[in-house]
Design a protein around this ligand. Structure first.
Ligand code: SAM
Length: 279
């Protein structure tokens, strides 16, 4: 069998609804590349898959079919052309995270100078992508999980060395007093308490990543209440939430004086990100 044939067959298998794959072909490529010991970009569709690689691939696929997330199996995730390290210290960024990143970057000049903040950053992908796209920005990465922050630091060191600082602590608490941010990204916990999550998610990723109180918005409300004092004039804020929470989040931002609120669609046309701007 060739690489192309095996990828096609595996992507069909991973598209089964009970596997909750966000990108069956992306996952198939990650698993097969890992079996070859290369990155997915180096896979050659016409190349044959020898027996040894095929056996290894079936072993990895078996783990995925047993509900282990592909990110943890291969130890990496790729977003906006950048490859990040992931492991059980942090939540695995979802493939639609670029919607949040692009929403945050809209209106931020290519040569912008100053500070970006990724709040509840997990392994840091959003903030690191922002800093990578705007080389004049320094990024602060903050998360309550000291383990996730360790991982964020490792990722930032590889992609934006010398242009980041990583802080462990509750929301804004560990950040330098008086700092004003030009762009803030946040994908905090926003799942309503009691929601049943797939075992692929809840049995593997850090539980601190998910739940945000009865309506899911406890942490979001705390962020938005404090946000204006951290934003520079004209700064952009972008955050992810559930589609059902979009209107509430826009109302919270508007009540805090933010303007130009907008909802952004993911690749499937679902509104998942809200952005706003400081006057
Ligand atoms: C859904 S995960 C998202 C991680 C990352 N932003 C991403 O999209 O990959 C939510 C993150 O919020 C962090 N978190 C939860 N409560 C927090 C708090 N009170 N202060 C800061 N971070 C918090 C978790 O540790 C977790 O990394």
């Amino acid at each position: 069998m060739t690489v192309g044939e095996l990828l096609e067959k595996t992507a069909r298998r991973l598209a089964a609804p009970e596997l909750f794959s966000e990108g069956p072909l992306t996952e198939a490529r990650e698993l097969l590349a890992h079996a070859f010991g290369i990155v997915p970009a180096r896979l050659q569709p016409e190349a044959p898959v020898d027996l040894h690689v095929h056996d290894e691939f079936l072993r990895l696929l078996g783990r995925r079919l047993g509900d282990e997330p592909t990110g943890y199996i291969v130890g990496a995730v790729e977003l906006m052309g950048l490859r990040f390290k992931v492991d059980r210290r942090g939540f695995i960024p979802r493939l639609d995270l670029p919607v949040l990143i692009q929403a945050a970057l809209e209106g931020v000049a290519q040569d912008a100078k100053g500070f970006a903040l990724d709040l509840a950053c997990g392994m840091g992908a959003a903030g690191i992508c922002v800093a990578h796209a705007r080389p004049g920005l320094h990024v602060d990465l903050a998360d309550v999980s000291a383990e996730a922050i360790e991982l964020a630091r490792e990722n930032a060191e590889l992609v934006v060395p010398g242009r980041y600082q990583a802080y462990a602590g509750d929301l804004f608490d560990p950040l330098p007093r008086g700092r004003k941010y030009n762009v803030v990204t946040a994908n905090p916990p926003w799942v309503p308490d009691g929601t049943v999550l797939p075992s692929e998610v809840i049995d593997h990723e850090p539980v601190v990543s998910f739940f945000g109180g009865p309506d899911g918005l406890d942490i979001v409300r705390r962020i938005i209440a404090e946000l204006p004092r951290w934003l520079a004039p004209k700064a952009t804020y972008a955050q992810e939430c559930d589609p059902s929470q979009i209107e509430k989040v826009i109302a919270l931002l508007t009540a805090q004086g933010l303007r130009e609120t907008r909802a952004h669609q993911d690749g499937e046309g679902v509104l998942r990100v809200v952005s706003a701007r400081m006057p």
